[in-house]
Design a binder for this molecule. Structure first.
Ligand code: UDX
Length: 481
């Protein structure tokens, strides 16, 4: 884009690590394409401004002080959505007024890009007659499974214990035990269904951006696009498409683990991390500890403070564990994960299967042990183990099973097959990032799409949709009244 056509986008991230990171990466991608990027964020988990001098930040008063929002409840999420409405609206109104008076820098607001959990944005943009685009931070396979179940809940819910290993109709390779919702007594309570409907809804948005790859999830994306009827822009993997090199970490990274990795043999270490959100009980911590110890493989284990229910940190680790593993094991509170996975000493990743972690692992050619605990992680784990065949599923959390699975990943022929396939998978994804690859082409189309969005002033209300061309990539956005 030429300087005089500089347009701005306002990004609204959901303030948790697995969502903030891809939103900032998207901001970096758009900034590198000439857009001016404004990040409107909650006070809770505010990004570190000094790491991102290229962005303009606006802090929204979220009125969440004193609430332990790290303990995710529907109430907390709805409060955040409600409380941020006025601050975002007021900010945008001020921005539009300033634009009217004097457009000093020549920037013009093009659209608001929001994380799908921040669904309040739809109300604000509809009121102000602005255009919005939804960011999906997870896989198309996950949204497809969630949507399919929400559309015909009686076909799937509630289920019996005896059905847990039965296939979910029309959702191969998922089983009832992989239902990607928080399940209580083999059912999904109505308030949780309602929340998932709100999150999957696209509102008045004119497009959707995905941190996934068209070559990997083409049929799923096409299927979803038929439902949503707006252009899709799968431009992943964001962490490799973005020029961003500074940290997006909310917690402080313990970089001493890199020095420890430097001392390990190439391809010898298992990296263990269950991401930024999930909690396990002390029984699981203990079984994991003995499984790792008995596997006799070197490991780097992230135990996030507060991630073991009822404990501050790792106090529940069993007596004798530290002595048994000695220098062979290293435990940290938070790691620079991308550098860890890129380190030549790392051979495998014991993961909760968060979508960011998966993409980071595949792009560093690291096969996985899958221990899903929440929402999309069940779908991701099944795809990794059954479809892409780059991961081993850990179905039973028991020390002997963990030991056996770790040894299988790190030492067996099956482990070598997983490694070969993850290398292939990475190569295919990298091909999509080249000039003629799908992610790069979709990014070019996204830039054209945002650049050609109509000005809010000429925008009739309501916005009902956009037209896509035969390649499912927008040629232009048509707004009808
Ligand atoms: C959850 C979901 O499971 C995920 O699929 C969804 O899209 C976002 O919310 P989370 O637990 O945050 O995700 O996992 P993940 O998506 O893997 O993101 C975690 C991020 O934290 C990764 O980018 C990872 O590199 C980073 N991380 C993790 C660190 O930087 N250091 C660590 O020690 C652990």
């Amino acid at each position: 884009m030429k300087e005089q056509r500089r347009q701005s986008v306002v990004l609204v991230p959901y303030p948790f690590q697995g969502h903030v990171t891809p939103m900032l990466q998207l901001g970096s991608i758009l900034h590198s394409q000439g857009f001016s990027v404004i990040v409107a964020h909650t006070e809770y988990n505010a990004p570190n401004y000094s790491n991102h001098p290229e962005f303009i930040f606006h802090s929204m008063v979220d009125r969440l002080q004193g609430i332990d929002i790290s303990f995710l409840t529907l109430e907390n999420i709805y409060d955040m959505n409600e409380n941020c409405k006025d601050p975002l609206r007021n900010y945008l109104v001020k921005m539009l007024e300033e634009e009217e008076e004097e457009n000093v820098r020549g920037d013009q607001l093009s659209c608001i890009i929001y994380d799908n959990v921040m669904f309040f944005v739809d109300d604000v943009v509809t009121q102000l007659r602005l255009l919005s685009i939804v960011l999906r931070t997870f896989s198309a396979a996950y949204l497809n499974s969630m949507l399919t179940i929400l559309q015909q809940p009686e076909k799937y819910l509630p289920f019996e214990d005896s059905q847990l290993l039965d296939p979910l109709p029309e959702l191969h390779p998922l089983r009832f035990k992989d239902v990607p919702f928080p399940v209580i007594d083999n059912d999904v309570p109505e308030p949780l269904r309602e929340f998932c409907r709100a999150m999957s809804n696209i509102g008045s948005s004119v497009a959707s951006i995905w941190n996934t790859m068209q070559d990997l999830e083409n049929s799923m994306l096409l299927h979803l696009q038929e439902h949503y009827k707006v252009p899709f822009f799968p431009i992943g993997p964001f962490h490799k498409m973005a020029p961003l090199s500074s940290s997006t970490s909310i917690l402080e990274e313990d970089r001493s683990c890199i020095e420890w990795l430097d001392k390990q043999a190439p391809n010898s270490v298992l990296y263990v991390s269950l991401g930024s959100l999930v909690r396990i009980d002390d029984k699981e911590l203990i079984e994991t500890a003995w499984g790792l110890a008995n596997s006799e493989q070197p490991f780097l284990w992230v135990i996030r403070p507060g991630s073991v229910s009822g404990f501050q940190w790792a106090e529940a680790l069993p007596d004798g564990f530290a002595k048994m593993v000695g220098e062979r094991g290293r435990i940290v509170k938070w790691a620079p994960q991308k550098q860890v996975l890129a380190h030549p000493a790392v051979a495998g990743f014991f993961t909760h299967c968060g979508w960011n972690s998966i993409l980071e692992s595949i792009l560093e050619e690291v096969p996985m042990i899958c221990r899903p605990l929440l929402a999309d992680q069940f779908v991701n784990a099944r795809y990794l183990s059954q479809i892409y065949k780059v991961g081993l599923e850990l179905e039973v959390i028991e020390r002997t099973v963990i030991e056996k699975t770790v040894r299988k990943l790190m030492l067996s022929e099956e482990g070598k097959d997983l490694k070969r396939r993850v290398v292939e998978m990475k190569q295919n994804i990298v091909a999509g990032m080249q000039t003629d690859g799908s992610s790069q082409k979709n990014l070019n189309d996204l830039v054209d799409f945002i650049s050609s969005l109509p000005s809010r002033r000429s925008l009739p209300t309501p916005v009902v949709g956009a037209i896509v061309n035969s390649n499912h990539i927008p040629s232009k956005c048509i707004i009808e009244s």
